[in-house]
Design a protein around this ligand. Sequence first.
Ligand code: ADP
Ligand code: MG
Length: 303
Amino acid sequence: MKEYIIETSRLTKKFGKRFAVADVNLQIPKGEIYGFLGPNGAGKTTTIRMLLGLAKPSLGTIQIFGKDLKKDKLAILRRVGSLVEYPSYYGHLTARENLEAVRRLLDVPKSRIDEVLSIVRLTKEANRPVKGFSLGMKQRLGIATALLGNPELLILDEPTNGLDPSGILEMRELIKSMPKQHGITILVSSHLLSEIDQMATRVGIISKGEMIFQDSIEELRKMSTSKMAIKVDDMEKAARVLLSTGTVSETVEDRLLFANASNNQVASMIAELVHNRISVYRVEEEKKSLEDIFLELTGGGSL
Ligand SMILES: Nc1ncnc2c1ncn2[C@@H]1O[C@H](COP(=O)(O)OP(=O)(O)O)[C@@H](O)[C@H]1O
Ligand SMILES: [Mg+2]
């Protein structure tokens, strides 16, 4: 059996009569960057808060490192680093002083402060008061804080929210570098598909509290099939001509679509059309984008 760092079973959270999270079975293998994707309000933060023991599940179980979170909460959470929503700091203190305050609580060696500052590339800014930091720098300091205790699991709730494009790029590179260099498993949530697509190795998609997809990013990409689209002057006639040669087409708006057409098949289709005096205006490959797949999966909910 596969070793899961996080495994939930039927995890559910109700607020009053409403289900914010319903029957979610998360499975996060060791060493993966698990992208937890869903539109705003889908239930990502609520799920993450339950994983961190900040909210009590209405139903279901949470296993982290193979242990029950309810029974071994402290022992588990000591091995987890997290960044949820906007982290708060002492603005008048420097980055180093803020880290020092947390370091004492965790009781890790002083040298760890320089290590985490270097990982998030804040070494040069270490002695500046945090109140002058950009949001990107504050988020990186948040990751540094999360890394202080040498966690085996890092849980990041929308860490790129509010960052500018360069901040997003930096955060993404930072997250991607961690499993390789530091052997950490990461759960990172986002409402942006492009972001998850660029950093995750596994993907869980949540919509209206329910998990609607969970597999490797490759499996998700496989769902984006390509079709050959042909535009002609007379679609009906073209479809008839091609059908008589055994080629089935699908009529979509102003074009005919063909699935799995090889180069040779496309060539003979065009020859056949031209032979029947049909004008071929365009031959294009149409790829169903990941965005399209998401819209289908989430029933049109924006991502
Ligand atoms: N403390 C709360 N009380 C009532 N409803 C809540 C509370 N927290 C979250 N919700 C609701 O639960 C749903 C999921 O929210 P959330 O987990 O924050 O989604 P996401 O993080 O994916 O944007 C939303 O409909 C939200 O309004
Ligand atoms: Mg959220």
